[in-house]
Design a protein around this ligand. Structure first.
Ligand SMILES: [Zn+2]
Length: 264
């Protein structure tokens, strides 16, 4: 592929990711509140003025309006901008890393963004992210197995899902007994099943290590913040799992290779 065409697709991937993330912003806000995703059309939560299409372009409109409603000038949360930029960057990075296979990752990234934000806001992982992710991973693996022959890919996916569900199911069971309260939500267990189905058993172990490490630091930071400002800053576990999985997708191979190289 010529490099200018390649750059064009990479740029398009970024824009497409930002457009999808802009739609995901609506899903993240409305879904947990039981509101329809399609109706009514976007409006300012403060003055109810409908947002016109040219005021609703991802990233650009936010910057042009300097983060304020065009009608009443009420400030709009920067998280809309952050999610749109994150969506663009993720879709772009997937194209750079995986080329024409990138759309397979885009589907999961879209689900992951929704899961990350809804868990962050409401401490709740929607089933279509977790169980949907398990089925999606198995389905893609099955597709690869059928297309290229052999059972390797689907087997890897099934073993990954089983390890994710089994390992985190066990942690949840033992943790709940040790702490006499729910140590980890069922959503987190199902989410690890999705990680395993999508990326296999090695990813499950990688994500277990990374998310528990990051979760401990996050927990300590949350405790310090709580002591200082008297507010609860604790982050649910789902976002740690999702970020660790992202790190695995883009850097896992290189990091594991580096680690194994230390033994030579
Ligand atoms: Zn307004």
């Amino acid at each position: 592929m010529s490099s200018s065409l390649n750059n064009l697709i990479a740029l398009w991937s970024f824009c497409f990711g930002a457009v999808i993330a802009s739609f995901l912003n609506v899903v993240i806000w409305r879904l947990p509140r039981g509101e329809s995703i399609v109706r009514p059309p976007s409006h300012c939560p403060k003055c109810n003025e409908p947002i016109r299409w040219y005021q609703n372009l991802p990233i650009l409109s936010y910057l042009a309006l300097r983060g304020r409603c065009a009608h009443c000038r009420a400030p709009i949360s920067p998280r809309y901008l952050i999610i749109e930029v994150a969506g663009g960057l993720l879709f772009w990075a997937a194209y750079i890393e995986f080329g024409l296979l990138a759309p397979l990752y885009w589907v999961w990234f879209a689900l992951a963004i929704v899961g990350f934000m809804i868990d962050f806001d409401h401490k709740l992982l929607p089933d279509f992210v977790t169980i949907g992710g398990i089925f999606y991973g198995l389905l893609v693996a099955l597709g690869f197995s059928l297309k290229y022959g052999g059972y390797g890919t689907i087997l890897y996916s099934v073993v990954g899902a089983a390890l994710g569900l089994g390992l985190f199911g066990l942690i949840r069971f033992l943790g709940s007994r040790a702490f006499k309260r729910e140590a980890m939500g069922m959503g987190d267990v199902l989410l690890m099943g999705a990680v395993g189905a999508i990326s296999g058993p090695v990813a499950v172990l990688f994500v277990l290590m990374f998310s528990s490490l990051a979760g401990s630091f996050g927990g300590l930071a949350a405790m310090a913040a709580m002591r200082k400002w008297g507010r609860n800053f604790e982050i649910p576990y789902g976002p740690y799992i999702l970020v660790a999985h992202l790190i695995y997708i883009f850097f896992g191979g290189a990091m594991i290779g580096w680690y194994l190289g230390l033994f030579k």
